[in-house]
Design a protein around this ligand. Structure first.
Ligand code: PMP
Ligand code: GLN
Length: 402
């Protein structure tokens, strides 16, 4: 038999699926894969249900139903002051995942270079490689996750077609600052490159941190492809409705990529997301305030255990260094260990790196009910408390293999 696609054969099943399956097997509290444990707003759910029954269940327009494209354009104006033409500059996709692939397909030819920032979301690298493009990796390092400006500048060259930027960032919770974005903008212009901007956590920022779309910087309107996700904005991750806001010149290319990937996205969900995007400012502020409180709750709990909790400015995630717990193993072993022995699941940070990575950090999702977060912390406290009090101690309860 001839070998099927070598790149896919070499790509593992996503860590989110692996850890969620392990969590289910051990009935552990799943703070791994990032999804809320309560559904999003009732009016949005109702709109989706109602929309199933009014006779518009055949293929919708390829780039999205007019209601949603208009709502995406209006949200761009309301939140960021961007003027967007709903007919030519918005493409609705089946999740941000599809939008990322469609935008990369629209830009890249084989051999083009793409600058990626580690730690990175797990679909970026396989898709860039499947398109025959060449990834150029630049790394942020804990605990500060600062942009290494010289390394970033050095990653750009004459063959650079695009940068993929994720802010607010998964898994670090970093929100790129105005100064960092200005530096990136200069590099893009100097090197005549595009930016695919994964902004799925755009409304999930805390402590006064404000998300700034790279697209709003002077001179970047025509270089940026800005991606949002209803999954995060309305706590409905299973819906898989994404939207790309793109320059008019690239709209037809993104649409043609989408046409070959999924062609269209369920019309009732699109219409409900349009209702969601029109919700008042209090909804968006409330979502962020609510998640900030959950972040604080989980961060405080993990810190009280002695873990080195890193600050989170946005997203669903908090990252913590577990070395102070005395666990003797790498992050994959740690996440497996706490799933099996403490009844709590997290994601190993090394899953977000292409090569050699920090090996003693885990990512915990805090988009869960407060009582669930409390129970997770209590379970970890019981486990590590008991283990550290055991005289035969570290060896027995805290080994990476146990
Ligand atoms: N980008 C990032 C950074 C994410 O964390 C996620 C997670 N869901 C996605 C993209 C995918 O979004 P969607 O579920 O809308 O496909
Ligand atoms: N974005 C989610 C996370 O980072 C997971 C999405 C997925 O499972 N593909 O946890």
């Amino acid at each position: 038999m001839k070998t099927p696609n070598t790149l896919l054969a070499a790509t593992g099943t996503t860590i989110f699926t692996v850890m969620s399956a392990l969590a289910a097997e051990h009935r552990s509290i799943n703070l791994g894969q990032g999804f809320p444990d309560t559904d999003g707003p009732e009016d949005v759910l109702r709109a989706a249900a109602d929309a199933l029954f009014d006779g518009r269940n055949q293929y919708p327009p390829m780039t999205g139903v007019p209601e949603l494209r208009q709502a995406v354009a209006a949200a761009n104006a309301r939140f960021y002051g961007l003027t967007v033409d709903p007919a030519s500059e918005v493409v609705v996709t089946s999740g941000a995942t599809e939008a990322i692939t469609a935008c990369l397909m629209a830009l890249l030819d084989p051999g083009d270079e793409v600058v990626l920032i580690e730690p990175l979301y797990d679909t970026y690298l396989p898709v860039v490689r499947l398109l025959g493009a060449v990834p150029k990796l630049v790394r942020l390092t804990p605990p500060r996750w600062e942009l290494p400006r010289a390394a970033l500048a050095a990653a750009f060259g004459p063959r650079t077609k695009a940068l993929l930027l994720n802010t607010p960032m998964n898994p670090t919770g970093k929100v790129f600052t105005a100064a960092e974005l200005a530096f990136i903008a200069e590099l893009l212009q100097k090197n005549d490159a595009y930016a695919v901007c994964d902004e799925v956590y755009e409304h999930l920022t805390y402590d006064g941190w404000r998300h700034i779309p790279l697209m709003t910087l002077p001179g970047l309107r025509e270089r940026c492809l800005r991606i949002g996700s209803a999954g995060k904005t309305f706590s409905l991750t299973g819906w898989k409705v994404g939207y790309a806001t793109v320059p008019a010149a690239l709209g037809p290319l993104v649409a043609k990529a989408h046409q070959n990937l999924t062609f269209t996205t369920p019309p009732n969900l699109q219409r409900a997301v349009a209702v969601g995007l029109a919700k008042d400012d209090a909804y968006f502020a409330g979502l962020a305030a609510d998640l900030a409180a959950r972040r604080d709750r989980l961060s405080a709990g993990l810190a009280a255990l002695g873990m080195g909790v890193l600050p989170t400015m946005g997203s669903y995630f908090v990252t913590a260094d577990y070395a102070p717990l005395g666990f003797d193993g790498d992050d994959v072993a740690f996440c497996r260990h706490i799933t099996e022995h403490a009844g709590v699941t997290a994601i190993p940070l090394s899953a977000f790196y292409a090569t050699e990575a920090p090996r003693h950090h885990a990512r915990f999702a805090f988009c869960k009910r407060p009582e669930v977060l409390d129970e997770a912390v209590a379970r970890l406290a019981r486990h590590f408390g008991a283990a550290s009090q055991d005289a035969s101690g570290r060896g027995r309860a805290l080994t990476g293999t146990g």
